[in-house]
Design a protein around this ligand. Structure first.
Ligand code: FES
Length: 279
């Protein structure tokens, strides 16, 4: 049974634009009768787990590279400091001098993948709901009295997402290069192990998530008046749109594969397990 009613006479309407008419007011705490709190609670748990693991990894500053098989953990790619172990820089210039022990090479490039995910339209919705309760769910009253959307400082900076998308394309390209290098046999020639496969699966999902981005869809098909005059862009827009429909799923799966790839490299690099070699 509903515990409140929707009142659109108090400065807002259910369809009011952000920053325009404010939020819809609820007379009660919620209109929902289901367990609406489950999705935001699961989202918060999943994101907190990833943040905790990621924080642990970027401060670890070791066990991120397996030189025998050239496995590089995604958190540390590309490795651009003189502090990078062995040939983990994969031929990239190490233009950052040696770092103090408390600062790992992961910090140099962290801003790009982290910025891309933090400003992602899906993740914004997820953490606005899960952490800021703004609002916790549809038809559930939020604790905040004021709502300005993303029109004011600091949330207006979420609009840089498109530029993080360009950076994410570069990062995905570098991770792809890492996978090519991971087809490495220590005795020379081509080799493949379970680590190679895990890094490959990760990069496939990284690309799928990146290309499913709303900004990508807009860049590929936006600012056109007639698709019929741009058949190539129309075709790409259709493919990106199919991926875009799965953006939330891809956001979570790619988050998991990054974590899995990093953890596998950690285990092999630290000597906890041996890599399973296929050939
Ligand atoms: Fe999610 Fe761009 S909207 S990555």
């Amino acid at each position: 049974m509903a515990t409140g009613t929707l009142n659109t006479d108090q400065g807002g309407s259910a369809g009011a634009p952000p920053g325009g008419g404010g939020r819809a007011r609820l007379a009660g705490r919620t209109l929902r009768t289901d367990r609406w709190w489950v999705p935001p609670a699961l989202t918060a748990a999943g994101l907190l787990f990833f943040i905790a693991y990621g924080t642990f990894r970027i401060f670890t500053s070791r066990w991120y590279y397996v030189s025998d098989y050239r496995y590089l953990a995604p958190f540390y790619s590309p490795c651009l400091s003189d502090s990078c172990v062995g040939d983990s820089n994969a031929g990239f210039p190490t233009f950052v001098p040696s770092l103090p022990t408390w600062l790992s090479p992961a910090f140099i490039i962290l801003i790009f993948p982290a910025g891309f995910r933090l400003t992602c339209y899906y993740y914004r919705k997820a953490y606005y709901r899960a952490f800021w309760l703004s609002p916790p769910a549809c038809a559930v009253a939020e604790p905040h009295t004021k709502y300005t959307g993303e029109t004011r400082f600091p949330l207006i900076f979420q609009n840089v997402h498109r530029y993080f998308f360009y950076a994410a394309i570069v990062v995905a390209g570098i991770l792809t290069y890492d996978v090519v290098l991971a087809f490495h046999d220590p005795d020379g020639g081509i080799g493949m192990g379970l680590g190679t496969l895990i890094l490959l699966v990760n990069v496939v999902f990284i690309w799928a998530y990146t290309l499913s981005c709303h900004s990508c869809r807009s860049i590929v098909g936006g600012r056109l008046n007639h698709f019929s005059k741009h058949p190539v862009r129309y075709w790409f827009w259709q493919q990106v749109s199919k991926l875009n429909a799965q953006h939330m799923l891809l956001a979570w799966v790619s988050l998991f594969t990054v974590l899995l790839a990093d953890f596998y490299v950690l285990l092999v690099s630290s000597g906890a397990i041996s890599d399973l070699r296929f050939f």
